[in-house]
Design a protein around this ligand. Structure first.
Ligand code: UDP
Length: 446
């Protein structure tokens, strides 16, 4: 007889994908899967016929969230507060069902912190899925202490100072999210960390070779089991998880390009850019002469409803590049024609690039992205950083450095080694493979 796992993803692409990847992994090991999702970014359940889906909220609640003024952090806090009773109702209803398959545990996204206490009240063992890397666990744990010490808010003159407690990060690598105040962030990170402390363990989409020091550090402070089982997308049988329709025509176009020649440009599912930046990116790409695929998500240009490219740009790049509104990113990164990735350094994009050995041009926007870029550029040396105000000349220069010069060739070589390590970790006998076995044992001990 199998066991059931209840999964609660946060309704954003970068959180839904890794949760579905964990679901597919567990399903392939005999677990039944129940996924709780929301009307906001609803998962298309017809794509996963073997799973059971339960909608937590209704359209009325969802539209309240949509109309929330304020940023992502406000929305996250509001969601946690409003969904508390909804989660309680859904969970009690599932627990009261007659079902031959006992519940093994609940797996929740780190950001559903209030859910932790509901599960505890209902005596359901809980694992936390960390969709960012392990280093961010330490950042969230330490940020409130830095506020207490007076290191945060960071003074302009101290931006390049090291954060002693979070080496190798500098003050400028610490998270910021839009206009959110450091007091609100500090409270939020305290809530995340306390809820993790109250859980049974953490699953992280990373692998030991790159983050064992960060995991050890975290476990010293919070001694609960941590299972690094990444890169998840390479380990799981799940193939598709996109919320948006992918423009797959770019794969055929890639087939016509020279090996290693194409720059892939994407800033993920949430980051937005200014109109002035769009213009600089457009001409920076065109002037570089390098073939490219550029993802321009509808709604991703601040204050503009429509995407307006500069006059003459589309004609100028007609035989050089492809612009799409959403791409099959993992397949693009795995394509031999792709030689570099200009990214915002969301963790999924980062680990996807590492898994395919594609060096990065880092242009972090918010949250953990600055910290991720710090590791990529200055610790692992598998990318370069675009700094300061975005200008076409800087973009052109960065593309040349990474794709044409000796510096780029050295980075590419290190990236190849990194790709190899990632692949070893998920193969039989590798660290993520072994950690997954430990996770299964742990889940059967509940
Ligand atoms: N992604 C995609 N197509 C695109 C852009 C992004 O499939 O055109 C996927 C990407 O593969 C990754 C996710 O969206 O899995 C973005 O997650 P990430 O953590 O990189 O950034 P976020 O969107 O959370 O900022």
């Amino acid at each position: 007889m199998g066991k059931r796992v209840l999964l609660f993803p946060l309704p954003y692409q970068g959180h839904i994908t890794p949760m579905l990847e964990v679901a597919a992994l567990l399903h392939s090991h005999g677990f039944s899967i129940t996924i709780f999702h929301t009307t906001y970014n609803t998962i298309d359940s017809t794509k996963y016929p073997s799973y059971r889906f339960i909608l937590v909220d209704d359209e009325e609640i969802s539209s309240q969230f949509r109309s929330l003024v304020g940023g992502m952090v406000d929305r996250l806090i509001a969601w946690n507060n409003s969904c508390e009773h909804l989660f309680y109702d859904c969970l009690t209803s599932v627990l009261s069902e007659k079902n031959d398959e006992p519940i093994a545990c609940l797996i929740r996204d780190t950001y559903w912190y209030n859910l932790q206490y509901i599960a505890k009240k209902l005596r359901v063992p809980t694992l936390v899925l960390r969709t960012n890397n392990a280093a961010t666990l330490n950042v969230h744990m330490t940020y409130p202490q830095l506020v207490q010490k007076g290191d945060i808010p960071v003074q302009e003159s101290e931006l390049d100072m090291p954060v002693i407690e979070l080496a190798p990060l500098r003050m400028r690598d610490l998270p910021c999210v839009g206009d959110c105040s450091y007091e609100v962030l500090s409270k939020l990170f305290t809530d995340f960390t306390n809820a993790i402390r109250a859980s049974n363990g953490v699953i992280v989409n990373t692998f030991d070779v790159i983050e064992s020091t960060e995991v050890e550090k975290f476990q010293k402070a919070i001694p609960i089991p941590v299972f690094c089982i990444g890169p998840l997308h390479k380990f799981t049988p799940l193939t598709r998880s996109s919320l948006l329709d992918e423009d797959r025509s770019c794969l055929e176009w890639l087939d016509t390009q020279t090996v290693g020649s194409v720059l892939y440009v994407s800033f993920g599912s949430l980051a937005c850019i200014k109109f002035e930046e769009l213009i600089e990116i457009a001409w920076g790409l065109a002037n570089s002469g390098q073939p490219f695929i550029w993802v321009v998500r509808p709604g991703s240009i601040l204050v503009k409803d429509e995407v307006d490219f500069p006059d003459g740009f589309i004609k100028a790049i007609s035989s050089q590049g492809k612009i799409v509104s959403w791409a099959p990113q993992k397949e693009i990164l795995a394509h031999p024609a792709v030689g570099s990735f200009w990214t915002h350094n969301g963790w999924n994009s980062t680990i996807e690039a590492i898994s395919e050995g594609v060096p990065m041009i880092c242009w972090p926007h918010f949250s953990d992205q600055m910290g991720n870029a710090r590791y990529i550029v200055d610790v692992w040396n598998i990318g370069i950083r675009l700094e300061g105000k975005l200008e076409r000349g800087k973009i052109e220069r960065a593309i040349k450095r990474l794709m044409k010069e000796d510096e780029g060739a050295e980075i590419r070589q290190r990236m190849r080694e990194m790709k190899h390590k990632a692949s070893v970790s998920i193969n039989s006998g590798g660290s993520s493979f072994i950690n997954f076995g430990k996770l299964l044992n742990f889940m059967s001990s509940f």
